[in-house]
Design a protein around this ligand. Structure first.
Ligand SMILES: Cc1cc2nc3c(=O)[nH]c(=O)nc-3n(C[C@H](O)[C@H](O)[C@H](O)COP(=O)(O)O)c2cc1C
Length: 429
């Protein structure tokens, strides 16, 4: 199986009293460099950074919850972090999120080509369309465009970016001293793109990067989002929410959509983001979670959903009638749990701490076995281990000292890299 490590360029585990100073230097990049080195030593395919672009006001209509619990801010720009990690790691893939609703395509294409150069071919772009009104309002809009239109913009955006990455032929840089040519002008082409949303002349002005096109990752959950992912992505991410059945259905659905777009399902890796808790005593921990500990979790998910979760009763199932212009697929999971009679409290604990549905909670041996079994049953290419604010010292040790060696012992996880680039490693088996 392939493994990614999910992170965020924001404070880790600041609220765990025993780990008060753990990762306190996160803002300098050093904490994430240490994390990336650990992931590289364990031969993870990549480290992945989520991103958002605003201080959320979803909870209670003001910024208090977001700022108080450090939910989506402070957060530094993860694309800048990748250049630091490019210098502090050698083999690990480096994926960061950037939004097609907020960036201009030229700026993004040049930025990722530069990261791909700096990392010698290890860059990946997680394509998102954004789900926060606050982000829209930082970029001259009053509201985000509706979900479907965001994906129409994203389609054209990716088309432009691909054209830009292809605007230099492979052998364009000749460095021919005798003929006095650094670059052969006949091998660099304008793109002259004029579409509904973008007008870009091109070509790109950066050095042609090792991968050419950075690895394209996506995690659309809505029907339109899944179509977009199936048409464009090489790495499609979902979650383990809903268990093996949901994972299996997701993969089958993506494969059908890929075939619809004339793509071979083998052209894309499907990986599931999961919360795991490796160690004893999760059920006691689960029982001990207080309303105060849940408050930041509610705040975080309110921001993702674009729905203020504090208005609902924690001990009742989530109601079926709620709608959002935010993350629709996550709302669907919440409603689905609600229909099964699972309370909002239990759903939040599952989403945030440990996914009981596929048995990702327990000893290293039992979690490793569960991950293997779930993947065999559901099909798919691996997992992205999520550890953000719950990534305290013990949690990370459980993953890197417990789970990883066990998976490697069972032959379910590689112990070294075979390729040089992110794409080579992700498609090595
Ligand atoms: C593993 C994973 C990582 C994601 N990372 C981000 C992110 O960094 N920023 C963001 O705005 N959305 C992120 N999302 C949300 C998706 O891009 C997408 O908006 C969501 O799954 C809902 O799908 P939809 O937009 O088609 O409704 C992520 C989703 C998953 C499953």
């Amino acid at each position: 199986m392939h493994f990614g490590f999910f992170s965020s360029f924001s404070p880790p585990a600041w609220h765990a009293p025993s780990d008060r100073m753990f990762g306190d230097d996160w803002w300098s990049g050093e904490y994430h460099a240490r994390l990336a080195k650990r992931a590289e030593k364990a031969a993870f395919d990549f480290i992945f950074f989520e991103d958002t672009a605003g201080v959320s006001r979803t909870s209670g209509g003001n910024m208090d919850t977001d700022l108080r619990y450090a939910l989506s801010s402070p957060k530094n720009d993860p694309v800048a972090l990748l250049s630091y990690l490019a210098a502090t790691t050698q083999r690990l893939g480096l994926i960061s999120t950037a939004s097609t609703t907020l960036y201009p395509p030229f700026l993004l294409a040049r930025l990722y080509a530069t990261i791909d150069n700096l990392s010698r071919g290890r860059a990946g772009w997680n394509i998102v369309t954004s789900s926060e009104t606050e982000a829209a309002q930082n970029f001259g809009m009053d509201e985000l465009p509706p979900t479907d239109e965001r994906y129409s913009i994203a389609e054209e955006f990716v088309e432009v970016a691909r054209k830009l990455w292809a605007s230099w032929d492979e052998k364009a840089v000749v460095k021919d001293l005798e003929a006095n040519f650094y670059t052969d002008p006949s091998k660099v082409h304008s793109i002259d793109h004029e579409g509904k949303y973008f007008k870009v002349r091109g070509p790109l002005n950066s050095y042609p990067s090792p991968q050419g096109t950075p690895l394209l990752a996506q995690a659309g959950g809505s029907p339109r989002g899944r179509d977009f992912a199936a048409a464009n992505a090489e790495l499609i991410m979902s979650t383990t929410i809903g268990g093996v059945e949901a994972m299996k259905a997701f993969r089958e659905d993506i494969h059908n959509r890929m075939r619809k777009f004339g793509r071979d399902p083998r052209e894309c890796r499907i990986m599931y983001a999961l919360h795991t808790y490796v160690g004893d005593g999760f059920s006691e921990f689960r029982q001990s979670i207080t309303d105060a500990q849940l408050a930041p979790v509610l705040g975080k998910h309110s921001a993702h959903l674009g729905v203020d979760l504090t208005q609902f009763n924690l001990d009742e199932p989530f109601p079926d009638h709620v709608v959002t212009n935010g993350t629709t697929s996550m709302l669907e999971s919440l409603k689905e749990k609600g229909r099964r009679g699972i309370s909002l409290r239990e759903a939040m604990i599952d989403f945030n701490w440990g996914d009981n549905e596929i048995g990702a909670v327990g000893t290293a041996q039992s979690v490793a076995r569960s991950l293997i079994d779930a993947m065999e049953e559901a099909g798919g290419d691996g997992y992205i281990i999520m550890a953000t604010q719950d990534a305290n010292q013990a949690h990370l040790d459980g993953i890197f000292e417990g789970l990883v060696p066990e998976l490697q012992r069972l032959g379910a996880m590689r112990t070294d890299y075979s390729g040089k680039t992110l794409r080579e490693n992700l498609f090595a088996f």
